[in-house]
Ligand binder design. Structure first.
Ligand SMILES: *Cc1c(COP(=O)(O)O)cnc(C)c1O
Length: 366
């Protein structure tokens, strides 16, 4: 029998979350962001749940080919654009939209021979200082692009650094608007956090295209200020396993590497077949929540490569074979949002879902 661990991808939840993004910005089109292999879900597995999107955005050219191989004929956007002049051949062949964030990408386009003019996302650096033209250089980049026969349309875009937090989007939005206001074309600025927090109230911020990623995958971008229930999002990935052993501890007994947890009295612990080699965060401390038979319990001791240890006090009936949910959907309608173990481990849902290990058998559920 294989090790009892598995991951499930819930395509019904993906579909719900896409509709949730649409509801937040009803007049905008939706790019489902599927970079990093659909945030670890697997593009092919997630695809059925993402059919209500208007386009797919990613940054790896091989992933763009996979989306086309699935039969998607609608828009596909490269979020970092071309890395090399030769990438434009693939853009022409697969009809990809692509980001232009630096001058050389315009040079390549100007020299590119194509029958079919391209849709281009022109990115402004409005303060995040990763990709994009400085506000002062943006207009001339737009003028250059709009003079090229290789270009059919130019979408004005930028990306927010603090849409999920106290600083918000006001400064970057003002910076973007000051330049974009006088330029024609569609606009796209909202990631998940901006879609949930700012798009419902501000039509100009919604723009023509939103770019939700993490919310589609059932993680609240501003956790713990809000959780997925508060945003009406559903968990899309379950990581589950079983108890493969139990131990009776007496006062003073310790558990696992480094003996970091010591029992204060008699207690029962369960050993579950999941560890950091499966993508569970090694830094998850004693107290990190898990579900055992759908009941909330806590990790005790260190996460090891292949196992975690769990305080079974809240689930006295638990035994070898009991279902353990590390995140996602448990039995009897129980849910443990991925944000909870992520937060306990000092990281974010994004990292856990993207870090699901290849050794975990994964399948989609309709
Ligand atoms: C990843 C990405 C997004 C999605 O961000 P989330 O926080 O996951 O919603 C949107 N836009 C760009 C340019 C991105 O790279």
């Amino acid at each position: 029998m294989p090790r009892p661990i598995e991951a499930l991808i819930h395509t019904d939840a993906l579909a719900h979350n896409i509709l949730r993004a649409r509801a937040a910005a009803p007049d905008a089109k939706v790019w489902a962001i599927v970079k990093a292999d659909a945030y670890g879900h697997g593009i092919e597995r997630a695809y059925a749940g993402l059919q209500a999107a208007d386009g797919f955005a990613l940054l790896d050219l091989a992933e763009a080919e996979r989306i086309r191989a699935l039969g998607w004929r609608g828009p596909v956007l490269l979020l970092e654009g071309c890395f090399d002049a030769r990438d434009l051949e693939l853009c022409s062949r697969l009809d990809l939209w692509h980001t232009v964030h630096r001058e050389a990408q315009i040079d390549w386009l100007a020299a590119h021979k194509t029958q079919r003019p391209h849709h281009v996302f022109l990115k402004m650096n409005s303060g995040m200082n990763r990709l994009g033209f400085a506000p002062a250089a943006y207009r001339s980049a737009w003028l250059r692009l709009s003079g090229l026969t290789q270009v059919e349309s130019i979408v004005l875009s930028t990306h927010f650094s603090d849409a999920d937090a106290a600083r918000g989007i006001a400064e970057q939005w003002a910076c973007f608007e000051a330049v974009a206001r006088d330029l024609p074309g569609e606009r796209s600025v909202c990631n998940s956090a901006a879609t949930l927090r700012f798009a419902p109230a501000e039509a100009t911020v919604r723009g023509d295209w939103i770019r939700p990623g993490i919310m589609v995958y059932g993680s609240a971008p501003d956790y713990p200020a809000h959780d997925i229930a508060a945003w009406d999002l559903q968990a899309t990935m379950t990581l589950r396993t079983e108890l493969i052993a139990t131990q009776e501890l007496q006062r003073g007994d310790s558990v696992g590497y480094g003996s970091t947890f010591t029992a204060e009295g008699a207690m029962r612990i369960g050993v579950a077949a999941c560890g950091y080699a499966d993508g569970y965060p090694r830094l998850a401390p004693t107290g990190t929540p898990v579900l055992v038979d759908g009941v909330r319990a806590r990790l005790v001791g260190r996460v090891s490569m292949d196992m975690v240890t769990i305080d079974l006090t809240p689930v006295p009936q638990a035994a070898i074979g009991s279902e353990v949910t590390l995140w996602g959907r448990g039995p009897n309608g129980s849910v443990l949002a991925i944000d909870e173990p992520a937060h306990a481990a000092g990281t974010v849902g994004y990292e856990l879902m993207c870090g699901l290990a290849p050794r975990v058998p994964t399948r989609a559920l309709g």
